[in-house]
Design a protein around this ligand. Sequence first.
Ligand code: SF4
Ligand code: FES
Length: 365
Amino acid sequence: MTAPPAPLGLLAELTHRCPLRCPYCSNPTELSRASAELDAATWGRVFREAASLGVLQLHLSGGEPAARRDLAEIVAHAAAAGLYSNLITSGVLLDAARLRALAAAGLDHVQLSVQDAEEASADRIGGLSGGHARKLRFAAEVREAGLPLTLNAVVHRQNLDRLPALIDLALQLGAGRLEVAHVQYYGWALRNRDALLPGRQQLDAATATVAEARRALHGRLVIDYVVPDYHAHRPKACMGGWGRSFLAVSPAGKVLPCHAAESLPGFDFPNVRDTSLAEAWSGSEAFGRFRGTDWMPEPCRGCERAEVDWGGCRCQAFALTGDAASTDPACSLSPHHHLLDLAVREAAAAPPDFTYREMGAKAAV
Ligand code: SF4
Ligand code: FES
């Protein structure tokens, strides 16, 4: 077997602890306890191994990474390893002093999530009263600290109509980039799918809004936007293909091809406590299982897009068909594609109530 290409990005999930309770959280069904988390020194070793492997970008995520009191020490390890570090945060646990300490430790970039442009709705979706106002203050503090800011808006049926206001918010807050990220339906989000899935009309209006804003704001704001899977004809190349350019490490040290893979049954994922990142990447069965095209079933096998989308998302294939090795149902060539249309129809008639993410609770895979 030829050696896999070097990974470019590492997602370090520092903790699953989080003060927010978003119903679309993509964390796995079994959340790690604080006592199981890797310590800062071990993260430092992981970062050095990642840099040796070829990783350039490090995403510090969670849960809420600022729930770690040793976050500045972890950031310093990233800087010492020569990695470009991006903090993915809800912003509600960081004050100006801590932010300055992170900047001094070498943090390169901040990605702030918002739940909506309207305060009451944002606080309801995030399950934290006062959260939105705190985020707005935090965004100003990020800019005062001289750090570049990306705003991440996870969109769904209950906030998509306010996409124009979310774009305005990104401009007001001084963000250079806005990610309009449709909910991905794994973990907690799958349990809440009926309350979150947008219909076709709402989606088309949002897509037109993005196209117009991109034209009007060219050179001022970059807008990332991908059509959501449930309205797609072809799947996304999830993670750029399994084990091709990206790896994640869970709070307890599991090395994963994507942040949601921990929920897939029948895998023995390597752990950084007893395996090097290089060995996990190149030698583990878990990374090799869906790498390349040899594993593909029909209709992917021989398809002209096999090396474009790599058969789509393994976690979505498992969530919808029970088989992680099947074609992603987001593909209209999949025999399971009708499940997506069915889900959209059922969601249209469903109430807007959420099941909020909680430690100790178990969501659907
Ligand atoms: Fe992609 Fe497979 Fe669909 Fe072809 S059949 S477009 S490879 S998901
Ligand atoms: Fe796991 Fe797509 S989220 S492969």
